[in-house]
Design a protein around this ligand. Structure first.
Ligand code: SF4
Length: 157
């Protein structure tokens, strides 16, 4: 069983109320070969919501207490992001998920690049809050940029 960022499977849960659907991933969910998680919604945040970025580091730094998540109005939403990551992990565990395909560049789901916390469109190396939590718990992470590789590896190619 795969885990997929809900917005990649067509759920309109992005901060702007949109989705980033990839039809092949939607089909995996329809075929019950994947479960979806949206850490930000699971953390209790509304949709749409004010965009947020990590300030002071990446998702690993958030869990180490060296960075925080702040929305564009200056509101600290770190706890909601952390709670959502934990709830998403519980859901993934219940479904025996070990491999995930996550939305790129998100402050929750990003796995290679994230925005730098200045809301100026600048990207830096780093992972999101949920991605860091999943990695810290041994899950394998792919993104919308290399999801085909995840499917090939799951098929044993
Ligand atoms: S990137 Fe992750 S947290 Fe953001 S909307 Fe998609 S699933 Fe939810």
């Amino acid at each position: 069983m795969l885990g997929i960022s809900a917005c990649l499977a067509g759920v309109c849960c992005r901060y702007d109320g949109q989705a980033n659907e990839i039809s092949a991933l939607e089909q995996l969910v329809a075929d019950q070969k994947a479960v979806i998680v949206c850490p930000e919604v699971l953390g209790g945040l509304p949709t749409p919501r004010t965009p947020a970025e990590i300030v002071g580091g990446d998702g690993f730094a958030v869990w180490e207490g060296r960075a925080r998540v702040v929305d564009q109005t200056g509101c600290d939403v770190t706890l909601a992001f952390q709670q959502g990551a934990k709830r998403a992990y519980e859901k993934l565990q219940a479904a025996q998920v070990t491999t995930l395909i996550l939305k790129a560049k998100s402050p929750s789901c990003g796995s290679r690049l994230i925005y730098d916390g200045t809301f100026s469109g600048v990207k830096v190396n780093g992972v999101g809050v949920a991605t860091a939590y999943f990695k810290n718990h041994g899950l394998t992470i792919y993104s919308e940029e290399n999801w085909q590789k995840a499917l090939r590896e799951l098929d044993g190619d």
